[in-house]
Design a protein around this ligand. Structure first.
Ligand SMILES: Cc1ncc(C[n+]2csc(CCOP(=O)(O)OP(=O)(O)O)c2C)c(N)n1
Length: 621
């Protein structure tokens, strides 16, 4: 096997060029086999096999720097840098990350996970190189989906005046997770399909080369390419900005890419190499269903179907259903997604009300201010964004939505630990970054019915409001507890005394387990379903203080700025000696693994919580 000859970085350079295609096939087979067990970003990686090989053949890592935008397509890079064994435990607790990690390899020069950062980071590495007199090559690889993100344009704008080499590889598969959207996508499509141009260009080059002194003329043309291309390329957007444009080149043709990368290395400014690839290449189910195989669960290789079909509804399904109902009831309800049509469950809404669904691309900041505009214009926008990606839009929430008290509903999916995507994707900061904003109201449902009730409450609330709900199965317990949602009011589930669990959202289910264990150990235990993280229910806090020895706040968010902190402040305000134990995510980044393992690791599973409560109670005795 050729792949076995690759034990470390740059070993690929010893492979015979006639074997490149075979190696590419072995890499594909390897990735399909391994990911069928572990899950992972299959489609993007299958599309980037030859591109990654060409980059590794052209560069000298780790001296040269290779930055992967989002980083979900870096698996071949991991394989070619001696991390083959890591694929057995890909994205598992203690195992190899699904994204580039500086601490994992010296060939990973910049950590990524959120999109559209690679050109900024690459430009920083270029400047650092130049200031320190370095000569290494810096390459940022960005997808066409990631090129819809605002940061990428800010960086291009900045890179345009560069007078030193910086290579940007645009890996264009015409797909984000779902179909790519917007004007840039259309522009790239035009470039890609400008066969006429390609034929003319190649035709002219070939004819010229055959003429006496033709090579020289071609060289001259390449030098003066800007004016030459002006004649035949539609738009020339990048060149007009001051960024040399090379391509488009077939991203599955290694010799063609080696040639263009060689040319790119010679430029004395920022250069964009436009590479055309196919998402999911070489695995028929992934070619047919690119969205499903973007981030795949373990699957059957023969059929491409999930190894464990899902039998229960998750919170995204509930949100999806309630959105279609809200859309039917009120024509003013509109929905916005930032390139996560499938992930947020808005596809059904799009199918039913296509004119009321806006996929704005990977542009969370724009999504929020755009929603503010929709609200100012009299509509009822629902912005559905994952907790960790909404981090980007803090100022837009504060400055454009809340300061004007505009009725925007934030549906915050993946709030809490998300598992195998790891630290870049854990949604454990939203309570902190939202609670500090005046006029923001935040809710979290205890079960699937409550998410539905909260959405209905939110849509008629008339001011900024957020609902956070976690990844995974929607809790179907506590069905009988369905008191109407009232602004700022919690819900009392059990009133026994001694220990009072004040649990928010996903932690209500854990609180039930904790209560059972405490009851078995002889403690009485009340549970309050907080419902609102802001404003908190002060009456409920007072009741808890007056009737219990210990209040335990429980939330899937970091402690700082979270729900528990507010309860603690309120308890202090009552000037009681009531004790508060805060169960929250610790002040560090939580890595990848299953949510269950991670909850144990950070001491937030029922057993760990009970241990901590018992210690507190024993100390109090
Ligand atoms: C800020 C942010 N928003 C959303 C995402 C989720 N996301 C991960 S990859 C991706 C699509 C990227 O498309 P592209 O760059 O074209 O790469 P491809 O997967 O097609 O190779 C999206 C939307 C993210 N990682 N970061």
């Amino acid at each position: 096997m050729l792949l076995n000859q690759i034990k470390g970085v740059n070993d690929i350079q010893d492979i015979n060029p006639s074997d490149y295609q075979e190696l590419a096939q072995e890499i594909r087979d390897f990735l399909i086999e391994k990911l069928s067990h572990t899950g992972g970003h299959l489609g993007s990686n299958l599309g980037a096999v030859e591109l990654t090989m060409a980059l590794h053949l052209s560069l000298n890592l780790p001296e040269d720097k290779l930055i992967w935008d989002v980083g979900h397509q870096s698996y071949t890079h991991k394989l070619l840098t001696g991390r083959k064994d890591g694929f057995d435990n890909l994205r598992k607790f203690g195992g190899m990350s699904g994204f580039p990690k500086r601490k994992e390899s010296e060939c990973d020069c910049f950590d990524t996970g959120h999109s559209s950062t690679s050109i900024s980071a690459g430009l920083g590495l270029v400047k650092a190189r130049d200031i320190q007199g370095g000569t290494n090559t810096v390459v940022s690889v960005i997808g066409d989906g990631s090129l819809t993100g605002g940061m990428a344009y800010e960086a291009l704008n900045n890179a345009a005046k560069l007078e030193t080499n910086f290579i940007i590889v645009l890996n264009d598969n015409n797909m984000s997770i779902s179909e790519n959207v917007g004007g840039m996508s259309k522009y790239l499509n035009n470039v890609r399909t400008a066969d006429a141009y390609l034929n003319i260009k190649e035709g002219i080059y070939n004819t010229l080369k055959e003429m006496p002194r033709g090579e020289k003329v071609v060289k001259g043309i390449r030098k003066a390419k800007s004016s030459f291309k002006q004649l035949v390329v539609p738009g020339m957007l990048f060149e007009d900005m001051g960024i040399t444009y090379l391509g488009p080149v077939d991203g599955h043709n290694i010799p063609a890419m080696l040639r263009v990368l060689q040319e790119a290395k010679r430029t004395r400014n920022a250069v964009m190499v436009h590479v055309i690839t196919q998402k999911g290449k070489g695995f028929a189910p992934a070619e047919r269903h690119p969205a499903r195989f973007h981030g795949a669960e373990p699957f059957d290789i023969e059929t491409g179907l999930p190894a464990k079909p899902r039998t229960t509804a998750n919170y995204t399904d509930i949100f999806s259903t309630v959105m279609t109902k809200l859309g039917a009831r009120d024509e003013k309800v509109v929905a916005i997604t930032a390139a996560m049509l499938d992930g947020t469950g808005l596809k059904r809404f799009r199918n039913m009300y296509p004119e009321r669904l806006f996929d704005v691309g990977i542009a969370e900041e724009h999504a929020v201010t755009f929603a503010a505009g929709l609200a100012a214009g009299g509509l009822k926008p629902v912005v559905a964004i994952y907790s960790s990606f909404l981090q980007r839009a803090y100022d837009q929430i504060l400055h454009d939505v809340c300061m004007q008290k505009l009725p925007v509903v934030f549906a915050i999916d993946r709030a809490g630990l998300v598992g195998s995507d790891g630290e870049t994707h854990q949604g454990v900061f939203d309570l902190s970054y939202l609670s500090s904003i005046p006029d923001m109201c935040i809710m979290a449902p205890k079960n699937k019915w409550e998410l539905s009730d909260m959405m209905k409450f939110a849509i008629s609330f008339g001011a900024p409001i957020a609902i956070r709900y976690p990844r995974g199965e929607a809790y179907a317990g506590l069905k009988e507890y369905r008191a109407p949602i009232e602004m700022g009011k919690s819900e009392l589930l059990y009133a026994e005394g001694e220990v009072c669990l004040m649990a928010l959202g996903s932690m209500v289910k854990v609180a039930e387990q904790v209560k059972q264990l405490l009851n078995e150990a002889g403690y009485k235990c009340s549970i309050i379903n907080a419902r609102f993280a802001k404003p908190i229910d002060l009456e409920a806090v007072e009741w808890a203080v007056r009737n219990h020895k210990l209040i335990v706040t429980m939330e899937e968010n970091v402690a700082s700025g979270g729900y528990g902190e507010k309860v603690r402040d309120a308890v202090d305000g009552f000037k009681s000696d009531g004790k508060v134990l805060q169960i929250a995510v610790p002040d560090r980044y939580v890595e990848h693994g299953s949510v269950e393992q991670l909850m144990q690791e950070i001491g937030m599973d029922a057993d760990s919580i009970v241990d901590r409560i018992r210690k507190e109670m024993e100390n109090a005795r």
